[in-house]
Design a protein around this ligand. Structure first.
Ligand SMILES: Cc1cc2nc3c(=O)[nH]c(=O)nc-3n(C[C@H](O)[C@H](O)[C@H](O)COP(=O)(O)OP(=O)(O)OC[C@H]3O[C@@H](n4cnc5c(N)ncnc54)[C@H](O)[C@@H]3O)c2cc1C
Length: 484
């Protein structure tokens, strides 16, 4: 056994072998949303799933250091709600009972893009508003009901183990406080250790492969604060997200309900307009948003937390599936595979859809058929990377709008996508608005590119153009669509 690990000078570790030679085991690194959902799916196929987490895991919804983003507003988009409900039937009701809010993403949300509010109307698209801590805790409780899943908290993965031929991963090395370093043998290892995953560095250091990475970085930062909802608050919306209008206005923000009458206001900025964590600056940033709704809400609300800051790592996408030399039986998912701009709220939904992709690839595979398992792993990695196609395109296209200070290569696809999204946002019909939400919510990521939608967007754009050439205003917007 050849051992790859980051820190040398380790003693020979003891092994946690399988209980019988033919029992199958999957190991998942990281108990964030991606790891929890992957473990749930793999528990249907493997005799045993071991989920290894560096943090101590709280026995109630509570902040933990491994998920610092929980200090900031989190929404669960439609595709995420549906998938998580399928994987854990009834979980939405449990979350609602614990104080989470379900809402119609078209009707209950104020979404301001390019300085204008998207039309509001009833739809069948339901998202969830809740603290990240509650969601993760509830999912962890439900996962714990699966008898073949073992969650090992306070257990840090220090390296991967592979076979002598360096052809496949055979397990992981873990260090737990006060214990000797141990190896956990596995048939398949899933890395869900988040944006700071070291798998690609491990592969490079051990000379196995250089994982290609694409970066588009608008140097986005967050500042978030929790407020008590005023007792007399009575509006017809549940959540507000106000996007930026770059390059003239790089300030964005959202206000999201959590449990127990708490709002979290997350302010976001790019390049030199990152929100600071001082009280004055926080309010000043809120005042600069394209719509006053967030500022108006927090101005008179009672703050119940400090202001927490966060710098995103940029849009960062790694491609494991196309490597000429691969380490078999290893799958990388979640933020470890790709991070996109968090303001678009898609990370947990992507994690859910990647779990679905794993499910599809392992379905029907006999785990004692080694070549079939190898194939399933390869396909699963590819399928997870495919899930990212549209969210990546959307997030990077939007981030390039911040101008020349954005790190990364703007391709023709970005230019076309930017042109098309601008046109789609001008249409303001129910069909196009629904398509935008279906794409963003990942119910149907290609909804905006379906023929009827394409035709309507292009036709309306042409009419607007003709109207302006003739010196008139473009096609009239439907007054009934703009509810505010
Ligand atoms: C500011 C911000 C706001 C966001 N808002 C939204 C939103 O509104 N909606 C949305 O869907 N997404 C949002 N996201 C993204 C979302 O949080 C993640 O994409 C999603 O949680 C998937 O993360 P993950 O499970 O891959 O990684 P993480 O949540 O980072 O979890 C990784 C886990 O791995 C553990 N770990 C790391 N290294 C090791 C190791 N060596 N050994 C053992 N364990 C290890 C960590 O402790 C952690 O528990 C936001 C992100 C940020 C930063």
């Amino acid at each position: 056994v050849v051992i790859t690990y980051r820190f040398a000078a380790m003693s020979t570790p003891s092994q946690i072998a399988r209980s019988t030679t033919d029992a199958s085991r999957a190991v998942v690194i990281g108990a964030g949303m991606a790891g929890l959902l992957a473990a749930r799916v793999l528990s249907d196929f493997f005799a045993e799933v071991v989920l290894v987490e560096r943090d101590r895991l709280p026995d109630r919804p509570q902040f933990r250091p491994g998920v610092p983003q929980a200090a900031h507003g989190h929404v669960l988009l439609v595709g995420g709600v549906r998938t998580i409900n399928d994987l854990f039937p009834g979980i939405e009701r449990q979350l609602n009972d614990a104080g989470a809010t379900s809402g119609d993403v078209c009707n209950d949300a104020i979404v301001v893009v390019r300085g204008r509010q998207l039309p509001r109307f009833p739809s069948n698209l339901r998202g969830m508003l809740l603290s990240r801590n509650l969601l993760e805790w509830q999912v962890r409780q439900r996962l714990g009901e699966h008898a073949n899943v073992t969650i090992r908290p306070e257990c840090r993965v220090t390296g991967l183990i592979h076979d002598a031929a360096v052809s496949r991963v055979t397990g992981i090395r873990v260090a737990a406080p006060g214990e000797a370093v141990t190896e956990i043998v596995a048939d398949v290892v899933v890395d869900a250790s988040g944006a700071r995953s070291v798998t690609s560095a491990w592969l490079a250091e051990s000379g196995i492969a250089t994982v290609p990475e694409t970066v588009v970085d608008a140097r986005v930062g967050y500042a978030s604060r929790r407020f008590r909802r005023p007792a007399n608050w009575s509006e017809d919306w549940k959540v507000a997200a106000i996007s930026w209008q770059p390059p003239t206005n790089r300030c964005a923000g959202g206000v999201y309900p959590e449990e127990n009458g708490i709002w979290v206001a997350s302010l976001v900025g790019a390049l030199e307009d990152i929100p600071k964590t001082t009280e004055d600056h926080f309010l000043a940033h809120a005042r600069q948003l394209e719509d006053p709704v967030l500022y108006d809400l927090i101005r008179d609300s009672e703050p119940v937390s400090k202001i927490a800051g966060y710098r995103l790592l940029g849009n960062r996408r790694r491609r494991y599936s196309g490597l000429s030399k691969r380490l078999g039986r290893l799958i990388v998912i979640g933020d470890a595979l790709c991070t996109i701009n968090a303001f678009y709220g898609q990370g947990m939904t992507i994690a859910a859809l990647e779990a679905r992709a794993l499910q599809a690839q392992f379905s029907g595979v006999a785990l004692d058929d080694a070549p079939a398992v190898d194939r399933a792993v390869r396909r699963a990695q590819r399928a997870c990377e495919t899930v990212l196609t549209i969210p990546w395109l959307f997030s990077t296209t939007e981030d390039f709008r911040h101008g020349t200070g954005v790190e990364g290569v703007r391709t023709l696809t970005h230019r076309v996508a930017s042109w098309y999204v601008d046109r789609a946002l001008q249409v303001r019909s129910e069909r196009i608005t629904l398509a935008i939400f279906r794409t963003m919510g990942m119910v149907d990521p290609y909804a905006l590119f379906r023929p009827r939608v394409l035709i309507e967007v292009l036709l309306m754009s042409a009419l607007r153009q003709i109207g302006s050439v003739l010196g008139r205003h473009g096609p009239q917007e439907s007054a009934t669509m703009d509810n505010r």
